[in-house]
Design a protein around this ligand. Sequence first.
Ligand code: GDP
Length: 517
Amino acid sequence: MVLSDLGRRINTAFQDLSKVPTVDAASIDQLLKSVCNALIEADVNVKLVANLRSQVKSQVTALLNDKANANWSDAQRRQRVQKAVFDHLVALVDPLHGQTKTDDESGAVVASGNAGPGDIFKPKKGKPNVIMFVGLQGSGKTTSCTKLALYYQKRGFKTGLVCADTFRAGAFDQLKQNASKINVPFYGSYTETDPVAISAAGVASFKQNRFEVIIVDTSGRHKQEQELFDEMREIDAAVTPDLTIMVLDANIGQAAEAQSRAFKEAAGYGAIIVTKLDGHAKGGGAISAVAATKTPIMFIGTGEHAADLEPFRAQPFISKLLGMGDITGLMDKMEEMQMNGGQERQQEMLKKIGEGGVFSIRDWREQLSNIMGMGPLSKIAGMIPGMGQMLSGAGGDDEAAGGKMKRMMFITDAMTAEELDSDGRLFYVPIRSKKPPVADTKEVAIAESSTAAEKSKKKKKPQPKVRMTARARRVARGSGTSVKEVEEFLMQYRMVGKMINRFGGKDGWLKQMQGGA
Ligand code: GDP
């Protein structure tokens, strides 16, 4: 089962739970059975799945049986069960789970589940930072070396690439070509056959020239061989890397655990890059490797191009997998945009939110327009809460994602200046309560995932507390869309706005962005 199907299956299991009259032991068992079957079919290690099942079961049983929680409504009980599953899925891909880490520079506590590449490894400015890559042949090692070089180069580090792969014919040419494309200096040799000598000389040369990030691509083999491990140990001794990264192909399947353990013993890597998560990989094997070796995933590879490298954070990854969006991923993209020349408006917006200002519809429209220029849209769309699910029928189709985003832009084009500068509440009138509609993000995200058909099947629709004003009808008419689309647009805007406002301020992502990689 491919990873996106896994997300859909778990989501369906959540939806099934919301259809049962009461959340009891039987319905929890049913949910866990569906979740666990889906995980096993995605190649997650059977023992890990069994652990997850028993842990979630005992946690929710204790919660629901606790007298203090006796007055919980069914909706609350459901939410707690879903949260427990969500948290355990995060734990599955996050070996730091349960631990708090402190950011070296800011001293801020990095929440478990949200730790990113900078928490795993932060290159020091003005010093040589050597990163060594290991992995089997074909796993995507050379490609990932290039991607990482580009990543650090964009962040202002003087970066160089060393090709110590003397085993695979053409490896040096490949790295050379990749490096030239991204304008990163490279070191290698057509004649020297000793990988240890090449890596030592390459690293020494880059160090002499005050390079700050030096990435060493070592050779792989088709399978784990003593020769490969010996070579890795020797290169390790010669270049004394500050970080060793193992590259794992997401298609690896159940072999992941044994392979990652063997590499761990030989190379003692400190981070993992999982490649080819854009394709039809099951991915569960790679997830199992994380747990087996207690090593965090630092990045995921999502394509063949140099820019197709995404920082990995456990919580947003699971959130995106389940169709709930990945706002931090979106922030990473925005950050990158800023670094690539940046726009004054972007800076202004960040400053405004940092100072507690409102993230308006106009701000969201600008972000959408920027996002549309970032491409490929099918990848980015999944980061916007609710959007991935809406587009899931399109099967990662860029055109469908682009079409959807264009319609969102049409909606904003039909708005007045007053509406654009607002936070959207003027599109609603209260029916019963005078309060503006403030939706709980998680609730909305989960509720959103049910399809329109499923929603209409539900007999008892909860009485809405707000309804759309005539403005929404006007905007729908003016943009050639429907009121439902305007409503969806506003719901997405609210979800994003709520998260962005939460990330703003002194301790939010703004601070992180200003703190560097
Ligand atoms: P190496 O032998 O480990 O150095 O592997 P390469 O870097 O040469 O990659 C092997 C193949 O996988 C190449 O065709 C790459 O373009 C492809 N590849 C690497 N990473 C990714 C990825 O994240 N997504 C996709 N779709 N292909 C990738």
